[in-house]
Design a protein around this ligand. Structure first.
Ligand code: ADP
Ligand code: MG
Length: 252
């Protein structure tokens, strides 16, 4: 390629925002020359690479914006360590149909049984199918809602929550909510009803939820909406954390 052609071509690629083609142009041109690729195939290869890189970047952005506390996937989940888990249901959830249908998921089980792991893994699945996901702990979400209310920007936060396809709310039940916090949480659940999907994790049976929310009436109204279109994955088993630490101790 003549140097003047290269300069103009790079300028055009920049204007067309084909940044990946721009970056890999020289490699592609060299490889095409070496292997005698025809023009059609050359262009096809370049455009495929650009599309693939864009899809990868979109996924990375979605995962970053979801603010997962750590990355956990279904591939690294050991199903033999979760004997009570309904695998058929889990396979169905992997398809993400529940998000399209605005159904919720509740992961219920004692500490260390992989609730957060599965919630994150389902979130990553959703990111892969192009959904907007946001992860919160229940306490973190309530703090943000209360702060936003105090700063008179609650509706702004609620709008940004409503733009998510999937909200993950981890650890409902470890810490009781204040009255104000419980009300704000209820509002969030009510706003998501039949519009978005929630994945919630909890260590508490529903009968104990009034202890967290402080009011039977509010809990009733909340559970009514939350569980209307809902899958419950019961994960009670021996704690994986505990089992792992015991095995490590035995090994040392
Ligand atoms: P929970 O949220 O139920 O308290 P976590 O999801 O945080 O439990 O799990 C605790 C730790 O054990 C994490 O590091 C998680 O990846 C791991 N873990 C739990 N269950 C499994 C499992 N079935 N397969 C693989 N890792 C697991
Ligand atoms: Mg957890």
């Amino acid at each position: 390629m003549k140097p003047s052609t290269e300069v103009l071509l790079k300028e055009n690629l920049k204007l067309l925002k084909l940044s990946n083609v721009l970056r890999q142009l020289e490699t592609f041109v060299r490889q095409a020359k070496e292997s005698g690729t025809d023009y059609g195939e050359f262009l096809l290869g370049l455009t495929e690479m650009e599309l693939q890189m864009r899809a990868e970047n979109r996924l990375k952005r979605r995962v970053r914006e979801a603010k997962f506390p750590l990355i956990k996937t279904l591939e690294t989940f050991d199903y033999t360590a979760a004997p009570g888990l309904d695998l058929r249901l889990l396979r169905e959830l992997e398809t993400g149909d529940y998000i399209r249908e605005h159904r919720n998921i509740i992961l219920l089980g004692n500490s260390g049984t992989g609730k957060t792991h599965l919630a994150v893994a389902l979130g990553i699945c959703a990111c892969q199918s192009g959904k907007n996901v946001r992860f919160y702990t229940a306490a973190g979400l309530i703090n943000q809602l209360m702060e936003a209310q105090a700063a008179l920007r609650l509706s702004q936060l609620e709008r940004s929550l409503s733009r998510m396809d999937l909200l993950i709310i981890d650890e409902v039940g470890y810490v009781p909510f204040s009255e104000k916090g419980a009300q704000l949480f209820f509002q969030m659940v009510a706003a998501s009803y039949e519009r978005q999907s929630l994945v919630m994790t909890t260590n508490l049976e529903f009968s104990k939820w009034p202890e967290v929310f402080g009011s039977e009436q509010l809990t009733g109204a909340l559970l009514d909406r939350l569980t209307h279109h809902c899958e419950i994955l019961s994960m009670n088993a021996e704690s994986y954390r505990f089992k792992e630490s015991i095995t490590k101790k035995k090994e040392t």
